[in-house]
Design a protein around this ligand. Structure first.
Ligand code: PLP
Length: 388
């Protein structure tokens, strides 16, 4: 293959060369001064990205571990928890709460549709003792972004705690943890942060710390008190993924150099171009209009496409790797990840391969329709003023 393979699953995401190079640095003492500098830079950078002045805990784990840390620290067995589920990752967050013995009330929404503030408010009225609400910001399995600000406002107005899965949104779209009043927000290094898998972040509000002090679930590795005790000393309680953190630091530098507003705008524009391109070649977008994600686009293929065959062809002939559906959408949709290190040119290459592969499978001739539609969106976007 003479061109770079295009890794376009919604995490892990491609590593910029700067990140790869940063990760080749020698290993260091994780209790020494260089690590303290590394952790300090990652933490203050992550605070800017999350929009918080509070602590951001740096955990060595995947995103799911970050979600589990939130449950292990805040939920006690028997606690009533309201779980907002709009897809596969919402189901996972709920399952973790159930595994810790919570009594879970589900607010379940049809896949591809957003959760609604009014419905959430009604459920909270019906369950005044549900002290914790689990929310997914960006549901990676359906390509849908929930109206987070509205949902969190309802949760906070009702005096409950909001635990947010921001794994595939934070660093690619605005989240503003402090302004919204989110109590715990989790993200992970292999999504928009442009680093390999291995590091999760969790922000913790004052109210969350208070609840943490009272919560009775067993916890050890993920004990937030331990992380809080070690952070001022410039280290983590257990040996962290130092090599991944080199990459995370470089990724954060790149995000801040580009400017977060520019990063968010780039993601939004590429998502719009992706949607236009896919529709032009006969795909049906899966998420409801107005709620489509800036980081991942999910779509049903045109009639006659076997998704497994299609993805295999894309991978083997074109070097383009996209995702299939998860859970109950398995075999029904494809998902294109466009987060982290992604440009308009990358997306055009992906769409070109996607339309070419449809021709090769004799599904439909496209003659550049997808690339043209995406190119027009990108062209108009580049004329647009800078504000997001
Ligand atoms: C990727 C992802 C996760 C975490 O996945 P891990 O594989 O454990 O890192 C959780 N929630 C969402 C919304 C995600 O996109």
């Amino acid at each position: 293959m003479i061109f770079q393979p295009q890794l376009r699953v919604p995490g892990p995401t491609p590593l910029p060369e700067r990140v790869t190079r940063a990760m080749s640095a020698p290993m260091i003492d994780h209790r020494g001064p260089e690590f303290a500098d590394l952790l300090a830079e990652v933490t203050t950078g992550a605070q800017r990205v999350f929009g918080t002045e509070k602590e951001v805990l740096v955990l060595t784990s995947s995103g799911t571990g970050g979600l589990e840390s939130a449950i292990a620290n805040l939920v006690s067995p028997g606690d009533k928890v309201l779980s907002v589920v709009v897809g596969n990752f919402g189901e996972r967050f709920r399952s973790i709460a159930q595994a810790y013995g919570a009594e879970v009330i589900s607010y379940e929404v049809e896949w591809g549709q957003p959760a609604e503030a009014a419905d959430l408010r009604q459920l909270l009225d019906q369950h005044p003792d549900a002290a914790i609400v689990l929310l997914t910001h960006n549901e990676t399995s359906t390509g849908l972004t929930n109206p987070l600000a509205e949902l969190v406002r309802v949760v906070k107005d009702a005096g409950r705690l909001a635990l947010v899965d921001g794994v595939s949104s934070v660093s690619s779209m605005p989240v503003d943890v402090d302004r919204l009043g989110i109590d715990v927000c989790v993200s992970a290094s292999q999504k928009g942060w442009m680093a390999p898998p291995g590091i999760a972040f969790a922000t913790v509000s004052e109210a969350a710390w208070e609840r943490q002090a009272q919560a009775r679930s067993p916890r050890y590795y993920f004990d937030y008190q331990q992380a809080r005790k070690f952070a001022p000393k410039g280290s983590t309680p257990w040996t962290p993924a130092v090599g991944v953190l080199y990459g995370v630091r470089e990724g954060i530098r790149m995000l801040l150099e580009e400017g977060l507003d520019n990063v968010y705008r780039r993601h939004r524009e590429i998502a719009e171009a992706c949607a236009a391109g896919l529709e032009a070649i006969g795909f049906q977008l899966y998420a409801a209009p107005g709620f489509r994600s800036a980081t991942v686009t999910a779509a049903r293929p045109p009639e006659g496409v076997d998704i497994k065959t299609y993805r295999k062809l894309l991978r083997e002939r074109f070097g383009v790797v996209i995702a299939g559906g998860q859970g109950k959408a398995d075999g029904q949709i494809i998902r294109v990840g466009h987060l982290g290190a992604v440009s308009g040119g990358d997306l055009v290459q992906v769409l070109w391969a996607m339309e070419q592969a449809l021709e090769e499978l004799d599904v439909r001739p496209n003659h550049g329709l997808g690339v043209g539609a995406a190119g027009r969106v990108l062209g108009e976007a580049s004329q647009a003023p800078l504000a997001v």
